[in-house]
Design a protein around this ligand. Structure first.
Ligand SMILES: [Ca+2]
Ligand SMILES: [Ca+2]
Length: 294
């Protein structure tokens, strides 16, 4: 009889082992399952301050899924609901894990430095104002953010990054692209960035289309007022540097402190149907093509 119970006990799963297995599945299994799946990011309909980015009455403008949470509260309630309140949480291991599509589904100001290192599409849904802005009213971090670039892409050759229907403003560079990144910037707006609207470095290849770059090098802020007290460095709308290459199509660059579109790279840069006005000067080393870039 005792031997019977001993055999039975040996065939039962040790409760400690069982608990470990369940925990491992919860931690590792679900994370893997949800990587590379599309996720949504809620805004707060451009409301002011930081207070309205946590718990809100359900149905508050921006609360896309109606659970009464936006901002960081939406990041932490149940990460696997695929709805987030910040871009960085959406891009983290509990979101797409730098591999997939992030769609911003409610208008908002996102005071976040966004680092993209994988195969990522970051986009505002049609009609949504997705404003990645160093400045958030009432947030003491605004001063520090204004001394940093906003969207930084540093990816590899075989990844394709898409930035679509976004605004990036009040940074040192609105968008900085590095490494061997392959990036498409479509229908974006860059405003009041001090050094560059779009800065393209290293071996990156970038297609810019239907994009507007405004007032690069002009801003009054705690980080310094430009260009009066602190000259921008250099205040160029779009620049291709190092060995980068790319094309600029149906794009407008105006009111830059320095050059509108500059090519100082060793790679090839083509511009077709560009509108440059009120820059100093409008174009450097670029002769607009009379036919589509190929
Ligand atoms: Ca919500
Ligand atoms: Ca959530």
């Amino acid at each position: 009889m005792n031997k019977f119970y001993e055999k039975l006990r040996n065939r039962m799963i040790n409760p400690v082992v069982l608990a470990f297995c369940v925990t491992a599945v919860l931690i590792f299994g679900t994370t893997n399952i949800f990587a590379n799946h599309p996720v949504f990011v809620e805004g707060n309909c451009l409301g002011d301050g930081t207070a309205a980015r946590t718990i809100v009455p359900p149905g508050t403008c921006g609360d896309y899924d109606g659970d009464g949470r936006i901002g960081t509260a939406e990041d932490t309630d149940a990460p696997f609901d695929r709805v987030f309140g910040t871009i960085n949480a959406a891009n983290s291991a509990t979101g797409i894990n730098n591999n997939g599509t992030i769609t911003i589904v409610a208008s908002g100001i996102f005071p976040e430095i966004v680092n993209i290192t994988g195969n990522v599409t970051l986009q505002g849904a049609p009609g949504v104002e997705a404003n990645i802005d160093a400045v958030l009213q009432g947030d003491p971090g605004s001063g520090g953010r204004q001394n940093a670039p906003g969207i930084v892409v540093n990816s590899i050759t075989n990844n394709a990054v898409v930035l679509r229907n976004l605004t990036s403003k009040n940074w040192t560079s609105g968008i900085r692209i590095m490494g061997s990144s392959r990036v498409s910037i479509d229908n974006c707006r860059l405003e009041n960035n001090i050094n560059y609207g779009i800065e393209i470095l290293d071996n990156a290849r970038v297609t810019i289309s239907k994009t507007k770059v405004r007032a690069t090098g002009f801003r009054s802020s705690p980080a310094g007022s430009f260009p009066f007290a602190n000259a921008p460095n250099p205040g160029i709308g779009i620049e291709f540097d190092d060995a980068s290459s790319g094309s600029v199509f149906l794009t407008s660059v105006s009111n830059s402190f320095s050059t509108g579109i500059s090519d100082v790279s060793s790679g090839s840069v083509c511009a077709f149907l560009v509108n440059v006005f009120d820059n100093n000067s409008n174009l450097q080393n670029i002769v607009p093509s009379s036919s589509p870039c190929s």
